[in-house]
Design a protein around this ligand. Structure first.
Ligand code: ZN
Length: 240
């Protein structure tokens, strides 16, 4: 017999994803892609940094001369400050993905935005400047969370190419790459994961494999890889 609790949770998640997540949710507050007129695209990674996953992924991207945009969990940044700093120093963009990767921060109409500010503080301590890009955990964005982020000067980044690389066990990297390549169009923002929420040590070989496969394949189609701020023509940080 089907478990009513699981059914209820599935229904809530599906409704939440539809109303609150990209590509159609979020009440118009997400930037889901760049201009459709240029073959420029951005790779984004959520839920890190973690070891060895982020380290292996960044090594492959550096070797292929592609810079990514990483939406980092503040807690993980606190555990891996050296890795975060190295990514920042080598041109990868560090964005905010909340302090503890909880949905409740976005869903609560009241509240003080501590989940945003705490992560911002940790990131700022490590890289020396304030991030201006935010992606909400689970991609769940409410109008009141959007207002809190706007007040703080954040641009809220979604995606238009969704991958299932977050699933466990890890789906085959080549299949993930194949689907992402098919879905990519000029201006696309692609969603991947370089960790699992609140795991600071994690192995994720298939995402790295997918990226290694995709970069040359999309370049052969004339695509250029840029960071999200480059794609959208917006600043990545407050330098003051
Ligand atoms: Zn996430």
């Amino acid at each position: 017999m089907l478990n009513p609790n699981i059914l209820a949770r599935t229904a809530i998640n599906k409704t939440g994803n539809l109303l609150l997540s990209p590509p159609i949710g979020g009440f118009g507050h997400f930037r889901n892609h760049g201009p459709r007129t240029q073959r420029k695209i951005a790779l984004t990674f959520d839920d890190g940094p973690s070891r060895p996953c982020t380290e292996e992924l960044v090594a492959v991207m550096d070797e292929m001369n592609v810079k990514g945009t990483f939406f980092c969990v503040g807690f993980n940044v606190g555990v891996h400050p050296d890795l975060t700093r190295r990514m920042f120093d080598t041109g990868h963009v560090i964005g905010n993905h909340s302090q503890f990767h909880r949905r409740s921060g976005s869903l609560k109409p009241g509240g003080d935005g501590q989940h945003i500010d705490e992560s911002e503080r940790v990131i700022r301590e490590v890289i020396g400047c304030r991030p201006r890009l935010y992606r909400p955990p689970w991609g769940w964005l409410t109008p009141w969370e959007a207002a809190r982020l706007a007040q703080r000067g954040y641009t809220i980044i979604g995606w238009d190419v969704y991958t299932i690389d977050w699933q466990m066990p890890e789906p085959d990297g080549l299949q993930v790459a194949k689907k992402a390549i098919k879905d990519t169009q000029p201006g696309s923002i692609l969603l991947f994961h370089d960790g699992l929420a609140m795991q600071t040590n994690w192995s994720k070989k298939e995402t790295t494999r997918a990226i290694r496969h995709m970069i040359p394949a999309l370049r052969a189609q004339g695509y250029e890889f840029v960071t999200v701020p480059e794609l959208l023509g917006i600043p990545a940080y407050d330098l003051g």
